[in-house]
Unconditional design. Structure first.
Lengths: 375, 433
């Protein structure tokens, strides 16, 4: 479908997109690491926030900077900076999440010249009532630092406008996700991934127009994805589109996910209230959590369980970026939980490049086993 | 013919006392319930002093438990295999893998069963630790409270970080009263906070004495001495021990009593040691290389800051003229201390620690660094490669070796010793006969 081809084009040509956007608007572009960064505030400053992603190419430039036992995504991200792929960025922003991304950020700020950098402490104990005032004050200070950088005040009107644009983006993507619930999902998992990833690397207002177009076109779509065994993907970041395509070439369709560049990115909106900074802080505190922030109680479990039920999931692919500690804690109990729900799952460990042949064999075998169970 | 020693040496008088304190602590942990005490478990990078207001308790620190297990390679292997059998990855925190394994197997490294805690209390900043004790709480079906020590750009937002941490400490106290049904005694808490900080400060003062040539302590010795503060810094016994130790170490400095009698060069290590391979420190001594400490052994239970241009121990509340009268006073002092500590800064961004390493090399008269690329702890691996770069840029020789602090399967002893040989040769050193 043409709109989804546009999402794909934006994602695949994200550097060119960002450079064109800069040339067109005369404004700045910031890269961010981690989806806990409150993008609305950057947007309100008139700056385009884009997610820094890897390129899935082997490299050796990060060896002097990051221990090889840190996750491949963090090393890939740093490699992009060291290799100059993001030389059009004016700034980089990191939200406190995991050690590995923090290392990538630290090395980036030391070795990749940037006019602006910021480490936002997003509490790890989001379940504490103390997290709310902490993050609110942290974001308020972030706003001030952006004002100092741009030399321009970020008004409440700017913030409200950005919140509206972001909320619309989230709402529209959720609406499209709803269209995957039926027996004939209207989009494939690969298309959904392109949709979300393109949102992360483009102007949200432009992206909203494409989403609105997609919503109009989807109900009468002719080139429907082929249905198959209904799968859920559970992962940290999963931008290896090649892998999703591999899965969906087999007799399967990915209908939902619990992924950094999936539902966790856009599932909840900023709720209206007078104190806009507080409203933004609450949105990030209450969003579906990264496992690094999911304690003492486990709120990921009911989130995954609800998605699995609503999307009639028949099997799950649990993906881990090699060496990712936070996800390593959650993976065995989540797989046990899925088993108790009657949902078989397979575990795959990812590195920078995807072993297509091996994964093809494993996923194929998993699907054959699933299909036997379903018959 | 053996060469005459360069310096006098003698064993520490307090050596056996240190060993006794550690073993007594673990006896206390094993018999806590029999003796009517609460048993609390959590990490030792946090607030072991917090339960003091509840009355008698023993604190089972997760990391030292894991380290103790690693000194028994047979048990350690059983523990990690028990974890791997439950589909947990082998690159997770090595201390935790030993701890969880001993929990699953119901085995203590000191004999007997794993001591079941009454509740879990974790204060820290590491990715793993909060999830570690989440699982422990679930396994034993006991309550768990985690305290998030805020990180971030050093010096930015200190006031709100302090408020955030203080708020959680107060919440933890309320929570502990609820889950135990005990009333909290603020006086006992204040005493524990004073002990906690004083133990840390004393240990740091002792570490600063190692600037002397010859060094009165070597790091292998320090592993037996620093652990008291790690385990029980909230107790008066710890303060008393370190007061005595400081006097003894000062005496050794005054009388040039060396830890390594043929001290020729001085090295610093980085990261936890491979606990099952401490002979590496003795091996270095064959070259006349004295490992005189590390960021890890100095600051895990200590705090060294720069005042008046010199790196010295952090000042206690008493030294700063601060009197704690209320629970809020104690929580404020505790929060401020823990936010300023080197270890907290290390986990925020690596530059603070890396700069400290470069400056400490000068003050402690260090000739080179040995960096343990420790697969068992991503926290201490944070910033290490950049540290290596900074040290080399400063003209300080560095050697790295890959290993694991608590999983013997991940260190190749022969290769590591070969690398040590080459590093020592680069200093023009030969093994002394």
């Amino acid at each position: 479908m043409e709109t989804f081809d546009q999402f794909k084009k934006i994602f695949q040509n994200r550097h060119a997109y960002a450079k064109e956007w800069k040339a067109k608007t005369g404004k700045n572009v910031f890269g961010y690491m981690c989806t806990y960064v409150p993008e609305e505030v950057i947007h309100a400053a008139g700056i385009l926030p884009i997610r820094i992603l890897g390129s899935h190419e082997p490299q050796d430039v990060t060896e002097p900077h990051i221990y090889t036992m840190f996750c491949p995504f963090s090393r890939d991200v740093l490699a992009q900076g060291l290799q100059g792929r993001y030389n059009y960025l004016e700034g980089v922003v990191y939200a406190h999440s995991c050690l590995h991304m923090r290392q990538a950020y630290a090395s980036w700020t030391k070795h990749v010249p940037m006019k602006y950098s910021r480490y936002i402490f997003v509490p790890s104990k989001v379940q504490s009532p103390r997290a709310d005032p902490m993050l609110t004050k942290e974001i308020a200070d972030f706003r001030k630092s952006l004002e100092e950088f741009t030399g321009k005040k970020i008004t409440d009107k700017d913030l409200q406008n950005s919140i509206d644009v972001y909320n619309t983006n989230r709402r529209l993507m959720r609406q499209i996700y709803e269209m995957r619930k039926g027996d004939q999902p209207l989009i494939s998992g690969t298309e959904a991934a392109y949709m979300v990833l393109s949102s992360m690397v483009s102007d949200k207002a432009e992206h909203n127009k494409l989403l609105e177009k997609a919503i109009k076109e989807l109900p009468t779509r002719k080139d429907l994805p082929k249905p198959g065994t209904r799968l859920m993907i559970i992962s940290s970041i999963l931008d290896s589109i090649e892998f999703l395509e591999l899965v969906e070439k087999l007799d399967a369709i990915i209908v939902t996910d619990d992924v950094c560049d999936g539902t966790r990115y856009f599932w909840n909106e900023v709720q209206p209230e007078k104190d806009l900074i507080h409203a933004i802080a609450l949105r990030y505190i209450n969003r579906p959590p990264c496992p690094a922030k999911d304690w003492e109680k486990r709120s990921r479990y009911p989130f995954i369980q609800n998605l699995a039920r609503e999307y009639k999931v028949q099997g799950a692919i649990v993906v881990q970026q090699k060496f990712c500690d936070p996800h390593e804690f959650d993976i065995p109990p989540i797989m046990n939980m899925l088993k108790e729900m009657g949902i078989p799952s397979i575990f795959l460990e990812f590195d920078i490049t995807v072993p297509v042949g091996q994964f093809h064999t494993r996923v194929e075998a998993f699907l054959e086993m699933l299909q036997l169970d379903l018959v | 013919m053996a060469q005459a020693a360069k310096y006098q040496t003698r064993p520490l008088k307090l050596w056996n006392k240190a060993k006794e304190l550690r073993l007594n602590h673990y006896k206390d942990v094993a018999t806590a319930h029999q003796n009517g005490k609460l048993l609390v478990t959590g990490g030792t990078d946090g607030f072991s002093c917090l339960p003091a207001g509840l009355g008698d308790y023993a604190y089972l620190g997760g990391e030292p438990w894991g380290a103790s297990i690693s000194m028994d390679p047979k048990l350690a292997t059983q523990c990690v295999e028990a974890m791997e059998a439950r589909n947990y990855a082998r690159d997770m925190c090595a201390y935790m893998r030993n701890y969880w394994g001993s929990m699953y197997l119901n085995k203590s490294p000191f004999g007997g069963p794993f001591p079941k805690p009454d509740f879990c209390l974790q204060g820290g900043f590491c990715d793993s630790h909060h999830k570690w004790f989440q699982h422990v709480g679930e396994f034993f079906n006991v309550p768990y409270f985690g305290i998030d020590i805020p990180l971030g750009e050093p010096g930015v937002g200190q006031e709100r970080k302090q408020e955030y941490l203080m708020g959680q400490l107060l919440d933890a106290i309320d929570w502990m009263q609820k889950v135990t049904g005990r009333k909290y005694d603020d006086g006992k808490f204040i005493e524990a906070v004073n002990n906690d900080i004083e133990s840390s400060a004393l240990w740091s003062q002792i570490c600063c004495l190692n600037k002397a040539v010859p060094a009165p302590m070597d790091e292998k010795m320090m592993f037996t001495l620093y652990i008291i503060a790690v385990l029980i810094r909230h107790e008066k016994e710890s303060v008393d021990f370190y007061k005595e130790l400081k006097a003894e170490i000062q005496d050794r400095v005054d009388n040039k009593i060396a830890a390594v009698p043929n001290e020729t060069i001085r090295l610093m290590h980085d990261s936890q040691p491979p606990w099952y391979f401490l002979k590496l420190w003795r091996y270095l001594e064959e070259y006349g290389a004295a490992v005189i400490g590390s960021f890890y052994s100095f600051t895990l239970s200590g705090f060294i800051e720069k005042r008046d241009g010199i790196w010295q121990a952090g000042q206690t509340p008493k030294e700063r003229g601060i009197v704690m009268k209320t629970r809020e006073d104690a929580v404020r002092v505790l929060a401020e201390w823990y936010l300023r500590r080197n270890v907290t800064q290390e986990f925020s961004l690596p530059w603070v620690k890396n700069q400290e390493m470069v400056e400490w090399a000068k003050e402690w008269k260090v000739n080179g660094f040995i960096i343990h690329l420790n697969r068992g702890c991503e926290g201490t691996a944070f910033g290490q490669m950049e540290a290596r770069g900074e040290l080399l840029k400063s003209g300080i020789p560095v050697m790295t070796y890959e290993g694991n602090m608590a999983d013997k399967r991940e260190l190749n002893e022969a290769q590591t010793l070969d690398r040590i040989d080459a590093f020592m040769e680069s200093f023009g050193l030969k093994k002394k006969s």
